[in-house]
Design a protein around this ligand. Sequence first.
Ligand code: 5GP
Ligand code: MN
Length: 331
Amino acid sequence: MSEERPGHSATTADVVAELRRRAAFVMVSHVKPDGDTLGAGLALGLALERIGKRVCYFQQDPVPRTLRFLPGAARVSRELPKDLPADALFVFCDMSDPARAGSFLPAPARENVLDIDHHLGNTLFGALNYVLPAECSTGTCVMHLLRGLNVEIDAEIATCVLTTIMTDTGGLMHSNTSPEALELAAALMRRGADKERITREIFGNKRVAATRLLGRVVGAMQFGHDGRYCWSCVDDATLAACDADGEDTEDMVNVLLGQEGVEVAALFKAYDGEVRVSLRSAGRVNVQAAAASLGGGGHFRAAGMEYAGALHEAVAAVDAALVAQGLSSRA
Ligand code: 5GP
Ligand code: MN
């Protein structure tokens, strides 16, 4: 993939030198993990283990059902080993902000933090920040490091990296599916990446509960701004009625965005004691900026936030934030 190194990003050589210098690593993925945060951490972690490093995998939330097939997923834990060396490097993957790792992780000293990410608005919270916003996934950022480390890309590592690409490109469909992403996907398949398994586990094989829930979400769709905005809600009662849980809402916001004429979609998720919002844009309205104005973040076309307030307040606040980014009714 083509490399982009904005002024604030460390060079590949600097990051590779630091990886070689350290002996122990904690790969950190974000809460509500997806295939990019976990796949990127596992890919780099497995590669570091292959060259003799000690690696553990921290994640506050359990591994979602759809990602349990990932090589190494069973090793993910919300606890750190008692005998972790003081100079272990904490590698935060796919997070614009360290708070995304959750509250269980004891905050590491900044000198022990490497931040690998591709989000707009990354807060550059590490001693080293490897932030490449032109990359389609954090896993493809990791690929540059694996090449620099000169480690062999085996089938397990290839499956982890391909999972990051498939996840963040929506199965090679989103606008970030560059020729470089497709070329890398092909190269990873030649290394033994199990694309069939990734497709089945993440995009196929839906639980009946999830499909019932999708029916509810679609049934409750609302349209605004002359049909350019589509939104819907899921709450505890809806989940219970479908025998579903929060993992089953993954990707549903894309169904809302896929409706004819829709420019922006929002799914409000009011369950498990919080209100979270997933935003998607067809490309004209910057949902990252809208989410950031409400304390969240993400990418131009895919962003999210936790809203500190009631559901109806979140609906009004998100509408206003989207209007501020140019969502409007036809003149
Ligand atoms: P999703 O809607 O799939 O949960 O998230 C879409 C995008 O927004 C992802 O890139 C994710 O990292 C980002 N995102 C979701 N929630 C938050 C949040 O609370 N804070 C920040 N900074 N980014 C978020
Ligand atoms: Mn990502």
